[in-house]
Design a protein around this ligand. Structure first.
Ligand code: DQA
Length: 389
């Protein structure tokens, strides 16, 4: 079993009583217990430490000797170059974690001086962020990705994992969910990203601008289109086959994958209407496929209205452009019948242009959990869509 250190900085000993409206009601002791559970599930023996002193944290990092570190440095995040250098100096990958959404609070919290030395930053997901951090570390230790830029912005990046062998390899473009919102990033798809290449399918797990990082309509969709097209640019050097690309999206990323699969069919003037890569199939996992239905059901606490910047009026060009045209390429939707985030009814009404696979007993996240039964079924659909089976 691998080892991981969970390291907490100043004031985090006060979790539970310190600003519970921001940090929640969980105490540090309870959080550390949860970390031991989440770590064990991801294959780590976990050790925890908290200190209010910068030098203690530096010493602890030097002495870590672990395979991986989760670091919530508290306010030191925003100004401790000593911690940056300590993170940089050690061999173990370090994930920066924040309970709150540091990008949506005081301006000074938007800067992290430790981030450039960390392999990922997870913020704004409450204490669940630690669970995602363990999953991210497990995936990168299983198969370290090449991080590749596809555009000028910080979000124009993706993780590339290519199977061994001469290729050219079929490619799954992975599009994460999170209701198109800032705190949810491509680490959500890490389990899939590291698993599919062991079955012969390269993965290109893409980031895109979201609400809060310059996204919305059409920026978010433009980014996903550009990321898909980038497979053509990478093909020769990375032994990828741009004629065997499948799109795989989860939740709101399912919407984006369905949308991107039919970009060529969009209204004149729609973003990215002349794609460089035409996918041969799309597999949408628990997708938000019908924007109007999602709006009326209030999914994601107003997420559709936030994404489209207004009511998804069926008459508006914006709504038409953002609504996926289904079935232009072979389209499979996999949806768990225990999904409480995007209920399965949202997929049952999509008609016969999609093949709907109902995953019995699966909830919203089981479909992207590489250890779940539901993922085995979803993986089969993805490999079949890519022609690997
Ligand atoms: C924090 C955010 C920091 O800005 C703050 O100083 C903390 C906690 C978080 O977990 O959200 O102490 O790291």
């Amino acid at each position: 079993m691998r080892s991981a250190l969970v390291l907490h900085g100043p004031n985090l000993n006060l979790l539970g009583t310190r600003r519970p409206e921001v940090y929640g009601a969980t105490t540090l002791a309870d959080l550390e217990d949860r970390c031991r559970e989440w770590g064990a599930a991801a294959g780590f023996a976990v050790e925890c430490h908290q200190s209010n002193h910068e030098g203690d944290l530096v010493d602890r990092l030097h002495a870590a000797g672990t395979d991986a570190v989760l670091l919530n440095a508290g306010a030191l995040t925003h100004y401790s170059y000593a911690l940056h250098d300590a993170v940089e100096a050690i061999a173990a990958p370090v994930v920066e974690v924040h309970i709150s959404n540091v990008r949506a609070r005081e301006a000074w919290r938007r800067t992290s001086v430790v981030a450039p030395a960390c392999v990922a930053t997870i913020y704004g997901r409450g204490i669940q962020g630690y669970r995602w951090a363990f999953e991210h570390l497990a995936a990168r230790l299983a198969w370290e990705p090449e991080v590749v830029g596809y555009g000028p912005g910080a979000d124009h990046v993706g993780d590339l994992r290519v199977p061994a062998g001469p290729g050219p390899h079929p490619v799954a473009v992975l599009v994460h969910g999170g209701f198109w919102r800032d705190p949810w990033q491509r680490d959500l798809m890490d389990g899939l990203a590291a698993d599919l290449p062991t079955h012969g399918l390269a993965t290109w797990n893409v980031e895109y601008r979201r609400a809060g990082t310059g996204g919305g309509w059409p920026e978010t969709a433009v980014d996903v289109g550009a990321a898909v097209d980038h497979v053509a640019a990478l093909a020769a050097d990375r032994a990828l086959d741009p004629a065997r690309v499948v799109l795989v999206g989860h939740s709101a990323g399912g919407h984006l994958a369905l949308w991107a699969a039919a970009r060529a069919e969009l209204l004149p003037g729609a973003p990215g209407a002349a794609p460089a890569v035409q996918p041969i199939g799309v597999v949408a996992l628990a997708p938000v496929a019908d924007l109007a239905a999602a709006f009326h059901a209030g999914l994601g606490e107003g997420a559709v209205a936030e994404f489209l910047a207004g009511h998804p009026d069926r008459e508006s060009a914006r709504y038409h452009q953002a609504t996926p045209v289904l079935g232009i390429v072979p389209t499979v939707v996999v949806h768990g019948d225990r999904d409480d985030r995007v209920p399965i009814g949202h997929s049952r009404g999509l008609g016969d242009r999609v093949a709907l696979i109902e995953a019995a007993g699966a909830d919203h996240f089981d479909l992207i959990d590489p250890r779940s039964k539901a993922w085995e079924g979803a993986r089969y659909q993805i490999l079949a869509a890519a022609g690997v089976y």
